[in-house]
Design a protein around this ligand. Structure first.
Ligand SMILES: NC(=O)C1=CN([C@@H]2O[C@H](COP(=O)(O)OP(=O)(O)OC[C@H]3O[C@@H](n4cnc5c(N)ncnc54)[C@H](OP(=O)(O)O)[C@@H]3O)[C@@H](O)[C@H]2O)C=CC1
Ligand SMILES: CC(C)(CO)C(=O)C(=O)O
Length: 325
């Protein structure tokens, strides 16, 4: 089994490096300055356990990487980049190529299933950062993350089991699951906070950001319930994660805050909010229920990304006032 890791930033970079070091045939796909840096000097992976530079092959597109029978394609770009990425992939990959979405949100699997017949969802509990071109960080050690996997929309098959086995060989905790999307919806509720932290920053001296977080998450839960979506309960989710992820401080560790904070830090010009808070907004519209908190947060986050403002530029108390108005 060979892996084509498409969008080799924080998650794809660390995952690809670890699969490569575990002996798997891995081809990364990256772009821009990151592609040039990895091509020139390998991928530098920093973690609490130290730094390694991994000479993993890297390409600029699926056409350049090649997608052969027996390859598994792993999507690790942010959701807003998935539609364009799938278009480039379909031009060279057989429609039966297994496509594994190691991504947050619940939209990528459906986008992939429109073009590819064998699609898998992964619930990604894996704190990582894309620090600068050529450099990624794994924040948790000794276990870098939890990557449970299942076939989309439901079920499990031999490919899913083999991918779970490969993830485990690369040091992750990974279980095949029949009901992966139930877990991904629970993770979505957690990720409704990504945009809040990106807007308001990781420090919360007056507790206002925590209140905003509670509002968007409660609204998210209510919308998912109105839409009749079955979600793993919080306690079960907590138990799954208990004691596995450990994130000690280490020299050079990138700022806290998660993947959306990193989009603002790197000034990428886009953010995943339309596919996280925006998923709740979409469901609310489809089911005739309100979602004003998630709508406001995603709109502000999209503007912040477009205008390339720094994380923490919106005082949480102001955001809270607007949400209460
Ligand atoms: N980082 C984290 O801690 C976690 C992230 N996740 C999820 O994992 C997914 C990936 O996030 P993350 O790794 O942080 O994102 P990153 O932005 O760090 O990495 C994605 C990479 O994909 C590249 N990319 C996008 N489209 C293409 C393309 N068509 N061709 C080549 N490269 C492309 C991006 O390039 P460019 O920089 O130019 O845009 C970027 O380098 C997201 O869904 C996120 O929510 C889940 C749990 C934790
Ligand atoms: C849970 C969290 C914040 C872990 O890094 C995440 O999923 C993200 O960064 O998107």
């Amino acid at each position: 089994m060979a892996f084509v890791i498409y969008g080799a930033g924080a998650i794809g970079g660390v995952l690809g490096a670890r699969l490569h070091s575990a002996g798997f045939d891995v081809r990364l796909i990256a772009r821009g300055a990151h592609l040039s840096a990895v091509r020139a000097g390998g991928l530098r992976v920093e973690s609490p356990e130290g730094t390694t530079t991994v000479p993993v092959p890297v390409y600029g597109s699926p056409a350049e990487a090649g997608v052969e029978a027996g390859d598994v394609v792993i999507l690790t770009m942010k959701s807003q980049d998935t539609p364009a990425a799938l278009e480039a992939l379909r031009a060279v990959a057989d429609p039966s190529t297994p496509v594994v979405c190691v991504q947050n949100g619940v939209a990528n699997e459906r986008l992939a299933l429109r073009l590819f017949s064998h699609v898998y969802g992964v619930c990604v509990m894996f704190p990582a950062a894309h620090v600068e071109p050529g450099v990624v960080q794994a924040r948790s050690a000794p276990t870098p993350g939890i990557l449970d996997i299942g076939r989309y929309p439901a079920g499990i098959d031999d490919t899913g089991r083999s991918v779970a086995g490969a993830f485990a060989k690369a040091g992750f905790v990974s279980e095949p699951r029949e009901d992966i999307m139930r877990w991904k919806y629970r993770k979505l509720v957690m990720n409704l906070g990504n945009a809040v932290t990106a807007l308001c920053g990781a420090d919360d001296p007056d507790g206002a950001a925590a209140e905003v977080l509670a509002l968007v998450r409660a609204e998210g839960e209510a919308v998912l319930a109105a839409a009749g979506i079955d979600v793993v309960d919080e306690q079960t989710d907590r138990e799954r994660r208990a004691g596995i992820l450990r994130m000690p401080a280490f020299e050079g560790r990138a700022p806290d805050g998660g993947s959306s904070v990193q989009s603002l830090l790197r000034g990428t010009g886009s953010i995943e909010a339309d596919y996280l808070n925006g998923e709740i907004v979409l469901l609310a519209r489809l089911h005739g229920v309100p979602a004003p908190a998630n709508d406001l947060v995603r709109q502000l986050a999209v503007v912040a990304a477009r205008e390339r403002v720094a994380p923490g530029s919106v005082p949480a108390s102001e955001l809270l006032e607007r949400l209460r108005a």
